[in-house]
Design a binder for this molecule. Structure first.
Ligand SMILES: [Zn+2]
Length: 464
């Protein structure tokens, strides 16, 4: 699988030998030196599976700087991980934010804390910018973890070449990768000439409401950026690395149905159908008519009867009704996920049409709450992956492929940037068991991801 990507480079050199390569082509074709280098790379890769160094002097200095900092990088991660920062532990989230803020201040960033309104009950975000002309890139991290202060997961527990701890791979390790990649660029004299924004959110694991407000800083920075790079945990499978170019939307819907209460003997005729039959008609029509690949809509809770209550805080409710009375109220709460904005618009329109075709004696409405926007792969994001993959291969870490799981469930902050700029995710450290008490990180992945990220940023800055 790896060879497909790497050796596709040799298709360019072979064009130089075709009799059809005219003068117009020649100018854009590689020099013989480049051709030789590509061919050598392919042969080496085909034999050993690891790349020969294809790094220029600056890039070699970047790699050396990243390597020399590795013990500090691990110490920085330990410092951040030893502070509990469950999303609802606002003090802890801000304390972790201060750890990374100090690092970014030292790198010449202008940093601020984006405060959220008290009713959102979230800590806020770290926003840092560094203006240096050139292209602008947005780097995304998050400060919070799923581990609230009562968690039984250890904060930090070294185990040989791995470390177990709260948020070590999701994603305090990724935050360290951001900081250390920038530090390596600075040490190599390569940090200037690219403008950077770093946003580390405080509520990635439990998104504050409303999302438009909670993610306003990401959207604002994404609009001004040529690309957004997110450092959620990296993916390695059978020796192949993957990055994420696609994530499905994640949102919610509520169906509210009303019927005319009356004696059960009048159902279907003078009493109408009641709210429960109307809700059943609607849900069954959704299932029969709207299911398609990569699109899901799941009714998660339904309450029906003469009267119902439902609490957002507890996700629990009550229903009261009698078997001899036609139901007056139904409420259904559900989840929906789709791969592109077009899928979402079509799904919502068709849901509305089904809802509107009421049974006699009933009424109903459906309301949607958008959460995470969909992130489809684009030509621009595939270009990002291409640059990242080459940087990884040239550093000796092999190629990186697109993770082919549009249907997967995970959502991330990158989705709020994706509608506004080219977006790529999973550039962080690798580990196992994210969100469980056994969450851990492969220590070597910290240096590997840092080198990849630093080379990626450096090459993107130079990319036309
Ligand atoms: Zn995460």
């Amino acid at each position: 699988v790896t060879h497909d990507l790497v050796c596709s480079r040799s298709s360019h050199p072979t064009e130089t030998h075709t009799p059809f390569a005219g003068v117009g082509w020649a100018a854009s074709l590689p020099t013989i030196g480049t051709v030789k280098r590509w061919l050598v790379t392919c042969v080496v890769l085909a034999c050993s599976g690891t790349a020969a160094a294809q790094l220029n002097d600056v890039e070699q200095r970047i790699v050396a700087a990243a390597k020399s900092r590795s013990p500090h990088a691990l110490a920085l991660l330990e410092k951040a991980a030893r502070i509990n920062s469950g999303t609802l532990n606002a003090d802890g989230v801000r304390a972790v934010g201060n750890v990374f803020r100090a690092e970014l201040d030292a790198l010449g960033f202008t940093t601020r804390w984006a405060v959220m309104p008290p009713e959102m009950k979230r800590a806020g975000h770290l926003v840092a910018t560094r203006e240096s002309g050139g292209k602008r890139l947005l780097l995304l991290g998050h400060l919070d973890t799923v581990f609230e202060p009562d968690s039984t997961a250890p904060l930090w527990e070294r185990r040989g070449d791995r470390v177990r701890g709260q948020g070590v791979n999701d994603m305090k390790g990724g935050n360290v990768v951001i900081v250390e990649a920038l530090r390596a660029l600075q040490a190599a004299g390569a940090l200037d000439g690219v403008s950077l924004a770093v946003v580390m959110t405080g509520d990635e694991e439990r998104l504050g409401q409303p999302p438009e407000l909670a993610r306003a800083d990401i959207v604002e920075q994404a609009r001004r950026s040529a690309a957004a790079l997110s450092f959620e945990a990296g993916i390695d499978f059978n020796g192949q690395s993957y990055a994420t170019l696609t994530r499905r939307s994640a949102g919610a819907w509520q169906l509210t149905v009303r019927g005319q209460p009356g004696h059960a003997s009048g159902v279907f005729t003078r009493g109408g159908y009641g709210a429960i039959y109307e809700a059943a008609r609607i849900l069954n029509a959704f299932r029969e008519q709207l299911a398609e690949a990569d699109v899901t809509f799941n009714p998660g809770v339904l309450l029906g009867g003469t009267s119902v209550t439902f609490s957002d805080d507890t996700s629990a409710g009550t229903a009261f009704g009698k078997t001899n009375v036609i139901a007056r109220d139904v409420v259904v709460r559900g989840d929906m996920r789709f791969p592109t904005a077009e899928h979402g618009a079509r799904l919502k329109r068709r849901m509305q049409e089904i809802v509107a075709a009421h049974l006699p004696g009933t009424s109903a409405r459906i309301d949607f709450r958008d959460g995470y926007p969909p992130m489809p792969a684009t030509d621009a994001s595939r270009l990002l992956l291409d640059v990242y993959s080459r940087a990884s291969a040239d550093a000796g870490f092999g190629t990186v492929q697109a993770r082919g799981t549009a249907g997967a469930g995970a959502s991330g902050d990158i989705q709020f940037a994706a509608p506004h700029t080219a977006a790529i995710d999973s550039l962080g450290v690798t580990g196992r068991g994210a969100h469980t008490d056994d969450e851990d990180m492969e220590i070597a992945s910290l240096e590997r991801a840092t080198i990849r990220a630093a080379l990626f940023i450096h090459r993107l800055a130079k990319q036309p």
